[in-house]
Structures are given as structure tokens and as C-alpha cells.
Ligand binder design. Structure first.
Ligand SMILES: [Zn+2]
Ligand SMILES: [Zn+2]
Length: 234
């Protein structure tokens, strides 16, 4: 748990760094150019609850494609492996991400966030909802929220996503909603089956577990990232 608390603090720092990087990359001027259009297009006349859902759904569309690329591209997978290094899911380790992923995501979100521009209240409620779903997604409670698993990326959906075998684990990429997976054919759920508790990185059963180890692992040549070997249970 200590490493996840440290990861949380470290990621807050890298998020701040990403904002600085966005300025350096002149994305701020792009954001400023896009801003007025956002106010024009955002459907602020819709009920607040619909606006919150819409905001999360659009944000999740970008998260879906980034997450999918992080799995399907061998180089990007090296960095996303940090998230998959966990050997059991519990509420806090959903935030375990490599700083490179945190920075790439912040840059990718800069333009759509500038375009969306809903009111601060809508963003606040949406962020709160995202955090709640995120905690629920990694929580170590044995729930089978059947119906909700066809709407949200929670429960068994995310356990399948953490499978050590990438043939199964490359699925259910949704950050909050699972609808993009259903639409783009990456949804995995077997009716009547419960996923195994055996999770992790198949090719690297002894992936580093310290903060420093997690930060440098993607750059190590001898680190295996393929998923052909079942992990040890330790
Ligand atoms: Zn993943
Ligand atoms: Zn996860």
C-alpha cells in the first residue's frame, strides 16, 4: 500500500509537470483557440445529470483509445505494465500508473477538454463520479453487479482486464463506461463464469514492486513484457 500512496503523490507532481509541458508544446494557444467553440457546442440546456454522463462518456472515448493503444503497442505497453504489475486489486491501486502514461494522457485530453467546456459544477460532479467508479473498479469486494457490468467498467470486467494472459486481458478498456468496448468489439464477459483471481503480468511474475523499480522498469532491457508465461502465485 505504501508504494501506491507514494505513486499517488508522485502522479500529482507529474500531472503538474504535464500542464507545464502542455504550455511548452504551445498547446495552450491551441486550447485558447478552441475554447470559444466549446461554449458554443456544449449542450448546457440539457439536465445536469445528462451533462455529467455526456462529459464522462466523451472523456472515456479518448481514454478508451489511449488505453487500447497502451495494450496493443509493445513500446507503450512497457509503460502501462506499471498498472498491471498489481497482483491483487484493491481500492487504491487503481491509481498506479507510470508518469509517462500520466503525461501522455494529460496531453491527449488537453484539446477535447478545451472543446467540451461544461460548467465548473458539471466538471466537479463528473470528476467525483469518475473517482467513485475508479475506486469501485479496483475494490477487492466480491460483487456481481451483472446488469451494471454492461454499462460501467467495474466488477468482473476489470478483473478480466488484469488477466496475466494478454489474449484475454486485452479487453474491457473503458475507464468508467464499458459501452465503447461493446461498440468497438473489445468487451469480454463470459455469462455464468467468474474470472480467476490470478492477475498480473504473465511474462514478468517478479516485476519490481518498489517505487523506483516501477519507475525504471519500462527502460530496462532485460525486463520481459510478453504474456506467454503464467505468473507465480506469491
Ligand atoms: Zn490496462
Ligand atoms: Zn486496473
Amino acid at each position: 500500500m505504501t508504494v501506491d500512496v507514494m505513486m499517488f503523490i508522485s502522479n500529482a507532481f507529474w500531472n503538474g509537470f504535464a500542464k507545464y509541458l502542455i504550455q511548452v508544446l504551445f498547446l495552450v494557444s491551441l486550447v485558447k483557440t478552441l475554447e470559444p467553440y466549446g461554449h458554443e457546442f456544449w449542450p448546457s440546456e440539457l439536465p445536469s445529470a445528462v451533462q455529467v454522463m455526456l462529459f464522462i462518456l466523451i472523456k472515456d472515448f479518448f481514454r478508451y483509445w489511449l488505453h487500447r493503444a497502451l495494450h496493443e503497442n509493445a513500446f507503450l505497453w512497457r509503460f502501462h505494465a506499471t498498472h498491471h504489475s498489481v497482483k491483487r486489486l484493491y481500492w487504491l491501486n487503481g491509481i498506479r500508473s507510470h508518469p509517462v502514461e500520466v503525461i501522455v494522457q494529460a496531453i491527449l485530453f488537453a484539446a477535447p477538454f478545451a472543446l467540451l467546456q461544461p460548467s465548473a459544477e458539471i466538471v466537479m460532479v463528473a470528476v467525483f463520479m469518475q473517482l467513485s467508479i475508479g475506486l469501485f473498479q479496483h475494490s477487492n469486494i466480491d460483487l456481481t453487479p451483472e446488469f451494471w457490468e454492461y454499462l460501467f467498467s467495474i466488477g468482473d470486467n476489470h478483473r478480466y482486464h488484469h488477466y496475466p494472459d494478454k489474449k484475454i486481458g486485452d479487453c474491457n478498456y473503458g475507464g468508467e463506461f464499458i459501452v465503447w468496448d461493446i461498440l468497438f468489439g473489445t468487451f469480454h464477459k463470459v455469462k455464468g463464469e467468474r474470472p480467476s483471481d490470478n492477475i498480473g503480468i504473465g511474462g514478468s511474475p517478479h516485476y519490481p514492486m518498489t517505487l523506483t523499480g516501477l519507475l525504471i522498469a519500462p527502460f530496462l532491457k532485460n525486463q520481459r513484457f510478453d504474456e506467454s508465461v503464467s505468473p507465480d502465485r506469491d
